[in-house]
Design a protein around this ligand. Structure first.
Ligand code: SF4
Ligand code: SF4
Length: 101
């Protein structure tokens, strides 16, 4: 029989997380994220919840995260300019201008 003693400081676990994901426990299936994303990345699954489809296409603009009423979208916002943070309100008021670009 072998015994292996590990010191907590010697354990390193590397986990690669997707840059964006949706917490299925928090998502209500309202569809706002899909309405806002310019690339159609959030898509509804068979359970009525929304998932991130092809996360590699996400530009990390953060519009979906900032408009999700359930705060279900997990995104680090490393690059997001946030210019679409009020995209939902803007879509209802075509007179408003975009601030980016
Ligand atoms: S906006 Fe939020 S709660 Fe609504 S479908 Fe998207 S992730 Fe789910
Ligand atoms: S962060 Fe922007 S590009 Fe990425 S899924 Fe959300 S709205 Fe779409």
């Amino acid at each position: 029989m072998f015994k292996i003693a590990l010191k907590p400081s010697s354990i390193k676990i590397s986990i690669t997380l997707p840059k964006i994901s949706i917490d299925p426990d928090l998502c209500t299936g309202c569809g706002i994220c899909a309405e806002i994303c310019p690339f159609g990345i959030p898509q509804q699954n068979n359970n009525g919840k929304f998932v991130i489809y092809e996360p590699e296409r996400c530009t990390e603009c953060s519009a979906c995260k900032r408009n999700c009423p359930a705060m279900a979208i997990l995104l680090q916002e490393r690059k997001g300019c946030g210019c679409l943070w009020d995209a939902r309100a803007r879509s209802k008021n075509p007179q408003s201008n975009s601030c980016c670009g």
